[in-house]
Design a protein around this ligand. Structure first.
Ligand SMILES: [Zn+2]
Length: 326
């Protein structure tokens, strides 16, 4: 895969890197699946050849419901709306863990359908809209015009270009750039901000009453999505999650993890970064990741390997180092 390919295209293409004949296990898509503590999970999908949706959650508070992340695709938005209406509390707030399009693209439609809803997130999206996302859209438009996008990925890439064109509507109403405890919809939550991690600023939630950490893309599967990451800052953020008191972790992509599994994921991630920062063959780094994360990857090994190879190269080539200082 070409180096420096913007994530939005890279993720779509990464899905195509696996042979179509390879058996893959799509991520489970359950809508509004209760996970305890007045919290419901809408699992994000990642179908072969497509771009992913992040996991979404609905949390209830005394004053209404809170949605964590709004997905990318229309089908994910429909699942969110079905979850909200079947559970019956008005949506009053959206919390975006970060600005990646698989977590914020549903914001405009949800704001239109639920007047008065307030979006909480970091201001890192502002730099992304004029930087990474603007460049991605420019690259994608050219690739579409050149016929360089595989047919299965065209709708996703076109959708992302349209979403970026409405970028201002994705921005938060309430900026949270530093960690703070607050009540949203009357529900006390601890919002934690990790700097220079998976993005310039990642917002994760510690729900102390449930001993649950909702971490967005600080944990992703089938591989760590390193497109806009500072690997060392990300590792530091994971230390913060480990120290939070959480007994359960909800990733941005992949199944809910008990804390012991989170620690296994964290140590596999640490090993992958150390390997990619080292001098040995990158193939060995991908193989190490596939072995350590086998319990989650299942039969999705061809795609996971292609993505691990791509991200290992990003780390090795120092292409990500700018994200540690920007
Ligand atoms: Zn994501």
């Amino acid at each position: 895969m070409p180096r420096g390919l913007p994530a939005l295209v890279a993720l779509a293409l990464a899905g195509c890197a696996a042979s179509p004949s390879v058996e893959t296990v799509p991520a489970p898509r359950t809508y509004a699946h209760g996970i305890g503590g007045a919290t419901f999970l809408i699992g994000g999908g990642f179908e072969p050849g497509r771009s992913p949706d992040g996991n979404s959650l609905i949390l209830y508070g005394p004053e209404g419901s809170i949605l964590v992340d709004s997905g990318r695709h229309a089908a994910h938005l429909t699942a969110i709306e079905q979850g909200l209406s079947s559970l019956g509390f008005p949506l009053v707030a959206i919390v975006n863990t970060h600005w990646h399009l698989d977590h914020v693209s549903g914001n405009p439609a949800l704001k239109a359908a639920h007047p008065g809803v307030k979006v909480y997130g970091t201001s890192a999206i502002d730099g992304a809209l004029t930087g990474f996302l603007a460049k991605s859209a420019e690259f994608a438009r050219k690739a579409l015009a050149d016929g360089a996008i595989p047919a299965s990925a065209v709708p996703d890439v076109e959708g992302d270009v349209a979403t970026i064109a409405r970028g201002a509507e994705l921005r938060p109403d309430m900026i949270v750039d530093e960690s703070r405890d607050m009540a949203i919809a009357g529900r006390p939550l601890s919002l934690r901000v990790a700097h220079h991690a998976a993005t310039e600023r990642d917002l994760w939630i510690y729900d102390a009453a449930e001993k649950r950490a909702i971490v967005g893309d600080l944990v992703t599967l089938p591989v760590p999505f390193l497109d806009t990451a500072c690997p060392e800052g990300w590792l530091k953020a994971l230390d913060g999650v480990a120290a939070s008191g959480a007994e359960q972790v909800v990733p941005g992509h992949g199944p809910i993890m008990a804390i012991a599994d989170f620690n296994r994921w964290r140590s596999a991630f640490r090993d992958f970064i150390a390997c990619a920062r080292g001098a040995g063959a990158l193939e060995g780094c991908s193989a190490g990741w596939l072995a350590a994360a086998a319990r989650w990857i299942g039969s999705d090994t061809a795609r996971a390997k292609a993505m691990a190879d791509y991200y290992g190269d990003l780390v090795r080539s120092k292409a990500l180092d700018g994200y540690c200082t920007a």
